[in-house]
Design a protein around this ligand. Structure first.
Ligand SMILES: *Cc1c(COP(=O)(O)O)cnc(C)c1O
Length: 392
């Protein structure tokens, strides 16, 4: 009996990519094994995060990094760092930012439901531009003495100025650029692209294409900002006299240790930190061409199963909108001809045995979207059989 069965929880087929609500993906065995070993001894988390910083810096091209509990946590921590710098009294105050620069400039088209993570640190958004176009002067004119940072949502080119131009404007005004690159892998080159192009703070999910633990993420960027984020993340049950980082006080960098910060609730345990570091090392050796070929195969299998039913059309999209190098199988249902709606099909798949979870984000437009990244061998065939049965 599996550990899930003992709890009466059914395993699902996850055709919704590395979706958090569907449990993310399945961990490669070396990641699981490293987490098991991590659980067998204690280490100081600050020492482990320092080692993580070296691994992350090497992999991303950034000066420094920490492992967080996810990309959303990384965005809150990175924002906190931009709001406070190394001012510990400001750290202690967050999310109260009254009287300190707290505005973050954002393209209107880059607003999304993950940006709550930036606002949670105490920042306020100042939106610029329109959905179809934004002029560079609009971005620059929004900068005032209360601006704390500039935020760029990677992977959403429509309506936004180019990332390189955004960085150039930020540089000119000495403002940090925060990038949400949570879901920008693949391509693997994006692991370095944003830091090398001048981002000061970049957030990646550990549990998506990196295939680390679901509750892990990377925050990487400028060393001083990462130090600030680390101080607002880690357990600060410390005293100035014996604090392992007490040289920061001696060097005049901080007045003393801050208290538990805004990110204390996002803690990363030694098991997640080690698991993500293992996944980062594995990432260098993965055969992405073979993985892509398997995804295409799986999506073709699913698409074929939906072919030929009245009112149903099928296509495999590659690359997706925005250029993402992942094929999706998109099944479109016209309820007047098919006798059922996209939502009827989605619910039938979810309520079957085993439950099959698909992307429902375009269901109101009649589309059921199947995603390959978290599928296990043989699962595309199970989906195909069930899909045929549901559409029959
Ligand atoms: C998945 C995602 C996040 C959140 O990542 P977690 O690692 O789950 O916290 C943030 N932003 C975008 C665009 C995402 O796709």
């Amino acid at each position: 009996m599996s550990i899930y069965e003992t709890l009466g929880v059914r395993r699902i087929i996850n055709a919704r990519s590395f979706s958090t609500k569907c449990g993310g993906g399945v961990l490669p065995s070396p990641v699981v094994e490293s987490m098991r070993q991590a659980g067998e001894a204690c280490v100081r988390i600050s020492d482990l995060q320092e080692a993580a910083s070296r691994v992350i810096a090497e992999a991303t091209g950034a000066e420094a990094g920490i492992v967080t509990s996810g990309a959303a946590a990384a965005l809150t921590l990175g924002t906190a760092a931009c709001l406070t710098g190394l001012d510990v009294t400001r750290m202690n105050r967050l999310p109260d930012t009254e009287g300190i620069p707290n505005e973050i400039i954002v393209h209107r088209t880059h607003r999304n439901d993950y940006d709550h993570a930036l606002r949670a640190a105490g920042a306020r958004f100042v939106e610029v531009g329109y959905y179809y176009y934004t002029f560079e002067y609009e971005v620059e004119s929004a900068i005032t003495e209360t601006t704390a940072a500039m935020f760029y949502q990677a992977g959403v080119p429509a309506g936004a100025i180019a990332f390189e131009s955004f960085v150039r404007i930020a540089r000119k005004h000495s403002l940090p650029v925060i990038v949400d690159a949570a879901a920008e892998l693949p391509p693997a080159a994006n692991l370095r692209y944003f830091s090398e192009a001048g981002a000061d703070i970049v957030a990646y999910s550990g549990g998506k294409h990196l295939r680390g633990p679901q509750a892990s993420g990377i925050l990487c960027g400028r060393a001083d900002l990462i130090l600030s984020a680390a101080l607002q993340h880690q357990d600060m049950d410390v005293f100035p006299e014996s604090w392992p980082l007490r040289q920061l006080i001696a060097e005049g960098k901080v007045l003393g240790p801050p208290h538990h910060g805004i990110g204390r609730g996002f803690k990363a345990g030694k098991e997640e930190i080690i698991g993500l570091l293992t996944a980062i090392q594995l990432y260098k050796t993965r055969d992405f061409a073979a993985e892509l070929a398997a995804w295409r195969n799986d999506m073709d299998t699913v698409a074929k199963a939906a072919n030929g039913f009245p009112g149903v059309s099928v296509r495999v999209t590659f690359p997706q909108a925005g250029g993402k190098e992942v094929p999706n199988a998109v099944v479109s249902v016209d309820p007047s001809l098919a006798g059922k709606s996209a939502n009827d099909v989605i619910i039938a798949l979810e309520e079957g045995d085993p439950p099959i979870c698909v992307s429902e984000t375009q269901a109101c437009d009649g589309m059921i979207v199947f995603k390959p990244e978290a599928l296990q061998p043989g699962e595309a065939e199970i989906i195909a059989r069930r899909l045929t049965a549901v559409l029959s």
